[in-house]
Design a protein around this ligand. Structure first.
Ligand code: FAD
Length: 417
């Protein structure tokens, strides 16, 4: 039984700890703050493996230029004269091409294939969390954009995802009565699910703790002790923990931890915002993506969550009132019956871990035989947590990289600044 130290108790670290525990490993999870309460608590909760296209996409540079001029737009890049950020942006820009996009989409669609089965297995294992199978409705103001996206959906159908059918006008409103007349069309991906994100991380934490796995909060990793090509111990301010294997799953903070072992893991924070309303001011029948405004709507048992925006502004939990206001405005404008005076019970910011090519970073860290990383899941961390956990547990216990993980190897960043 090997001792595996998991750095970071987000949905990726917790789920991988669970799969490692199931394989008989001795696991400990360290979190600098409170496990589960970073990005993994504050997101839309969609389990949407068909959404496999990476963030850097052909045409994005043009759209983002337009967005940059609008303070309420879904994307903001704060200019920073920082060598590694400039290098990250350059790589991101280079990845906005059709070939990289198609390769990333294929790899992600293949990786996400077994997602629902693994989540069902967690339920069967006794992990308790709120999960809905009401699907995900994509709704559009711009019909041309919808036709383009529907066509693009064909990119994932060869990997087992069903092609959704288009609905227009009244048919769309009959399907989802809360949508305002401004939405002209949409399509429903019925296989996608929605989880209440806090319930998922809390469910994993409870199952791990019941199984005797230690999760240490307030334990920031400050150093990795390397000797003869291995990480022999992990240091927090309070102690030195010896390890047979170390997994970095520290979300947006992954780059900082990598540096402690001399590894280059270029992960930036892609900040998103959300608003919770308890009880729900309107009750959609399913999760909805307001495509043109990039707003996610998630109905949970105890309320409604609206979320969105992508801000490349470094690591910070700061909430910008203007961005929150823009999301709320979208909810009011596009959802029938949304009261003008509805006040969110909570607003929050979460940081998506973003690699410059938009793909997860999963695998062995070059030059160190017992160090692996699982991060960079961008908009798909909740979605891909299940498959990540199983494949990473397989890699860690067998020492062999499963084929499905090969496109996500951290070795692709060799030689970067
Ligand atoms: C607005 C928004 C909406 C989203 N919607 C969705 C969605 O619908 N579906 C989906 O699949 N994904 C969604 N995402 C993305 C998803 O939330 C993330 O990809 C995912 O939560 C990342 O999980 P993680 O475990 O890698 O990181 P995190 O949850 O951020 O966890 C990392 C942990 O590492 C810890 N840590 C940091 N530094 C250290 C250190 N030095 N030592 C020890 N621990 C450390 C942190 O405290 C933290 O708990 C959304 C994100 C946002 C912001």
């Amino acid at each position: 039984m090997a001792k595996v130290v998991v750095i970071g108790g987000g949905v990726i670290g917790l789920s991988t700890a669970w799969e490692l525990h199931k394989r008989g490993e001795d696991v400990i999870v360290l979190d600098s703050r409170t496990a589960g309460m970073a990005a993994s608590a504050v997101n839309a909760g969609w389990v949407s493996p068909a959404m496999a296209g990476p963030v850097p996409a052909p045409g994005l540079v043009k759209t983002s230029m337009k967005w940059m001029l609008d303070p309420e737009s879904p994307l903001y890049i704060r200019p920073r004269l920082n060598k590694s950020f400039i290098s990250w942006l350059y790589r991101f820009w280079r990845a906005c091409n059709a070939t990289s996009y198609a390769a990333g989409l294929e790899a992600t669609a293949v990786l996400g294939g077994g997602t629902m089965e693994i989540m069902d297995q967690w339920v069967a294992d006794g992990v308790k969390f709120e999960m809905h199978d009401f699907g995900l409705l994509y709704a559009y103001r711009d019909q041309a954009a919808m036709e383009t996206d529907l066509k693009a959906f064909q990119g994932v159908t060869p990997y087992g995802y069903a092609q959704p059918t288009a609905m227009y006008g009244d048919d769309l409103r009959q399907f989802e009565p809360v949508l305002s007349d401004e939405l002209v069309g949409g399509y429903h991906v019925k296989e996608e699910r929605t989880v209440q994100p806090v319930s998922l991380v809390k469910g994993l934490i409870a199952s791990l703790q019941n199984a005797g796995v230690e999760i240490r909060n307030g334990a920031p990793v400050v150093d990795l002790e390397v000797s003869q090509g291995r990480v022999v111990a992990v240091r927090t301010p309070a102690e030195r923990i010896e390890a047979d294997h170390v997994l970095i799953a520290a979300g947006a903070w992954t780059g900082e931890i990598g540096k402690m072992a001399g590894a280059k893991l270029p992960i930036e924070a892609g900040k998103g915002y959300g608003l919770d309303f308890r009880p729900a001011p309107v009750k959609p029948k399913q999760s909805i993506y307001l495509h043109d405004d990039r707003i996610a709507i998630s109905p949970f048992n105890d309320g409604l969550r609206l979320s969105g925006t992508m801000e490349l502004s470094g690591i910070s939990d700061k909430v910008t009132a203007r961005r929150i206001g823009a999301i709320q405005k979208g909810g009011k404008r596009f959802l029938n019956g949304f009261p003008d005076d509805a006040k969110p019970t909570q607003v929050w910011a979460g940081m998506r871990p973003m690699a410059p090519d938009g793909l997860p970073v999963l695998g062995k860290v070059s030059g160190l035989s017992n160090l692996t990383v699982a991060s960079g899941h961008a908009m798909l961390g909740v979605t891909l947590a299940a498959v990540t956990s199983v494949q990473m547990a397989e890699l860690i216990t067998s020492g062999k990289t499963p084929d499905v993980l090969k496109p996500f190897s951290p070795a692709r960043f060799k030689g970067i600044v």
